[in-house]
Design a protein around this ligand. Structure first.
Ligand SMILES: NC(=O)c1ccc[n+]([C@@H]2O[C@H](COP(=O)([O-])OP(=O)(O)OC[C@H]3O[C@@H](n4cnc5c(N)ncnc54)[C@H](O)[C@@H]3O)[C@@H](O)[C@H]2O)c1
Length: 384
């Protein structure tokens, strides 16, 4: 039986049972009864106040772990129980589906997910579906030989990146995709498929904490004519993402995304006299911290007469509390873009990502904000 007709976003989450997924489920459910606890922490009401997209969400998704969402929320304690207990029944009603078996061929996994998506769409026929990919960071398979979709589906290594099944199923179903993970799913045949299907592709690697402030500070140093001589960034975190990133193969993509953008913003390589990079980024798994990530930055820079100065930043953040509102924001952008006919990789959302997809993404903080303004204006102008 289709459920009641309300204009909402149907947010389909791959990895729903994880730290960000459960926080998103709690925030989206709370939004229905206490919008004042969630809405002020979104970016879209500020940077795109007239974005033609619903502010209400119905969440559903998949996970390999069948554990109920309320159990996962209680165990992780990312969102204090006193905040979500009031909407416990709403969270319990969020459909959590079994992920397709990882050993199955990619094509079969895509078909299984398409059946799930059809069923969810039947249940909420008036909602606007969006896929958010929140799977764990993975080792990047070499899929450069795959220039066509057929080649991708047949490639033996494509199955090692489970994200691809979700992304391909969403695109086949004409559903926009948010890739919040560092996993490189926006390979040429996928980007071409999104463009051909008229579906926006947003990504990659959400920019939530340290890297967000790195973009702001690097842009500020550049604008002030101060030269960066070195930048040391250390992260400690103790959640499942941190444990996963303890594997150097899985951390490689994230470290590259966190490192590359500094030189791009400044317009020169941050390096010593011998050309050796002096931009260091480390991520250490440190269990006592759980989701309460800490990030230090030691920034060495020089000014007039080449005289050295230094700056320290100590961010005591909360990984999923910073990430979840961005997922809701990106779902709103996805709906607005889709309705405006903006398809394929969307580079103008560089504000939200460490490694924005598409051509010529905005680089400095000012450029990223200006790009959001432009994009919001395009969406407003083509409002149906
Ligand atoms: N928290 C942040 O600030 C931040 C910032 C940028 C990027 N990210 C990325 O976002 C992603 C999610 O982060 P998280 O902290 O929620 O991770 P997490 O490990 O807590 O959650 C991932 C979830 O995916 C599930 N899963 C694994 N394989 C699956 C499959 N094949 N199908 C369905 N579900 C599957 C896991 O069981 C788990 O519940 C990670 O890739 C992380 O690197 C996080």
């Amino acid at each position: 039986m289709p459920e009641r007709n309300q204009t909402r976003i149907l947010l389909l989450v791959a990895g729903l049972g994880g730290a960000i997924g459960t926080t998103v489920a709690a925030a989206a459910t709370l939004m229905q009864v206490r919008p004042e606890q969630v809405a002020p922490y979104l970016t879209t009401p500020v940077c795109a106040p007239d974005l033609p997209a619903p502010m209400a969400f119905q969440v559903a998704g998949w996970d390999t772990q069948p554990r109920p969402l309320v159990e996962a929320l209680a165990k992780s304690a990312i969102v204090p129980g006193g905040i979500w207990r009031e909407v416990r029944s709403g969270i319990e009603a969020v459909p959590l589906l079994s992920a397709p078996p990882v050993g199955a061929p990619l094509k079969v996994r895509v078909e299984t997910l398409l059946t799930d998506i059809e069923e969810l769409r039947r249940r909420w026929p008036h909602h606007r579906p969006v896929l958010a990919n929140l799977l764990p960071a993975a080792v990047d398979p070499d899929l450069t030989a795959c220039t066509t979709l057929e080649a991708l589906l047949a490639h033996p290594d494509a199955g090692t990146l489970p994200d691809l099944a979700y992304v391909l199923a969403a695109l086949k179903a004409g559903i926009p995709v948010i890739n919040f993970t560092p996993n490189r799913v926006e390979i040429p045949p996928v980007a071409a498929m999104a463009a051909a299907a008229g579906v926006p592709l947003l990504g990659r690697d959400g920019k939530t904490g340290q890297t967000y402030f790195k973009v702001v500070l690097a842009s500020a140093l550049k604008a002030r004519g101060l030269r960066v001589d070195g930048w040391y960034s250390l992260n400690i975190l103790g959640n499942a993402d941190g444990a996963n990133l303890d594997d150097p193969g899985r951390a490689a993509g994230k470290l590259a995304n966190k490192t590359r953008l500094l030189d791009e913003i400044l317009g020169y390589p941050v390096a010593d006299a011998q050309g050796r990079s002096t931009h260091k980024v480390r991520i250490d798994y440190y269990p006592p911290r759980g989701d309460a990530k800490e990030a230090w930055d030691a920034i060495d820079f020089s000014g007039l007469f080449d005289l050295p100065m230094s700056l320290r930043l100590d961010l005591q953040g909360r990984d999923s509390i910073l990430a979840a509102p961005l997922v809701l924001d990106l779902a709103r952008w996805s709906v607005a873009l889709m309705q405006s006919g903006i398809a394929g990789p969307v580079s103008d959302l560089g504000f939200y990502f460490k490694k924005p997809v598409g051509d010529d993404p905005p680089i400095t903080f000012a450029q990223q904000l200006a790009a959001l303004d432009r994009l919001a204006e395009r969406c407003r102008r083509s409002r149906p």
